[in-house]
Design a protein around this ligand. Structure first.
Ligand code: IPE
Ligand code: IPE
Ligand code: MG
Ligand code: MG
Length: 325
């Protein structure tokens, strides 16, 4: 099974537990709507890549970490689009959750996804225990995930910086976005028995770079081209790197962070493979020099194209190593 299908399958099986016949129908529909079809799935793919680079010795646990991380991400998008945050009416090329289902259901679906993410991991760890596997990974996995979405350094804190008079942009990016990338690298390492602390810097660099790329897209992409509203940062007056430092500086900083990320890959059996994969992936979200000078975003960084490119890069990379059949 390729990486893309593996992630989709684990998400379908996790969601099917939450949306069975006992679930209120609107909530069940909204949960599926929030998760399928997906976007880039970049976070679970990063988690899977790190696990594979470390041997992926507990695939069921890796699967549950991937599903949990993507559910947490989808929840953060549902909440981020609400009128009290970015008031965005489009997400992944379709009406955002509260437009389709109303604010009450959107809020509850986000909450349910967060709780279900933890339940998914807890169930898979119980299963592993029943098979006599894994000693202290349950508390560690729960710590990694909860740190990435709570306070003081997870998504909740990150989004809360928008409510302050001033915010340090790097702290804001690290908390609202970098934190879940850290969860991806650390949990991927943990499921395969590696020392997860060493994998934090990699997640931090990629996550911060990813948010800078998103800020650049928000500031420069033509309306209607990225499946979500553009100029959101300016209209909501959210801290954003382009407004603070300009487009040229932002692109240079993005490149710097990606360079740091490639150097931050810890020693592991699949280190070279993972580093090459990160370079290939990251190159796809660096705006070209052409865009740098004209201020226009070229067609090749249209996010829908980027999404397709990212998926194919990951799948080709996994297949070429024979890591996934
Ligand atoms: C959007 O993340 C929010 C950011 C933190 C930039 P993605 O660009 O990964 O969103 P999807 O999952 O592909 O839609
Ligand atoms: C979203 O940040 C980060 C989250 C924690 C959801 P943005 O508000 O910049 O992301 P988009 O542009 O709406 O995807
Ligand atoms: Mg936002
Ligand atoms: Mg937003």
């Amino acid at each position: 099974m390729d990486a893309k299908n593996r992630i989709e399958n684990v998400l379908h099986s996790a969601l099917s537990r939450a949306t069975n016949y006992k679930c209120p129908p609107k909530l069940a529909e909204a949960l599926n709507y929030a998760v399928f079809p997906g976007g880039a799935r970049i976070r679970p793919k990063l988690c899977l890549a790190v696990a594979c680079a470390n041997g992926d010795i507990n695939p069921e646990l890796t699967d549950s970490a991937c599903a949990a991380i993507e559910m947490l991400h989808c929840a953060s998008l549902a909440h981020d689009d609400l009128p009290c945050f970015d008031n965005a009416d489009e997400r992944r090329g379709k009406p955002s959750l509260h437009i389709a289902f109303g604010e009450q259901i959107a809020l509850l679906a986000g909450d349910a996804l967060i709780v279900h993410a933890f339940e998914t991991v807890a169930l898979s760890i119980n299963e592993a225990h029943a098979q006599g596997l894994i000693e202290k990974r349950m508390p560690e996995m729960l710590t990694i995930l909860s740190t990435s979405v709570g306070a003081p350094s997870g998504i909740s804190a990150g989004q809360a910086w928008e409510c302050e008079e001033t915010a340090d942009i790097s702290t804001y990016h690290k908390t609202k976005t970098g934190s879940l990338f850290v969860a991806a690298t650390c949990s991927g390492a943990l499921t395969s028995g590696a020392s997860f602390e060493e994998w934090k810097p990699l997640g931090q660099y990629i996550g911060e770079a990813y948010q800078i790329a998103d800020d650049i897209l928000d500031a420069t992409a033509p309306a209607g081209s990225i499946g979500k509203p553009v100029r959101q940062d300016a209209s909501a007056n959210s801290p954003n790197i382009v407004a603070q430092r300009g487009i040229e500086w932002s692109i240079q900083h993005l490149k710097y962070l990606i360079g740091q990320a490639t150097m931050a890959v810890p020693d592991c059996p699949g280190r070279d493979w993972l580093r090459d994969l990160i370079i290939e992936e990251a190159n796809q979200f660096i705006p070209s020099e052409k865009e740098n000078s004209s201020g226009e975003v070229p067609a090749e960084i249209d996010s829908q194209l980027v999404i397709k490119q990212r998926l194919s890069t990951f799948d080709d990379a996994f297949k070429s190593r024979g890591i996934l059949a």
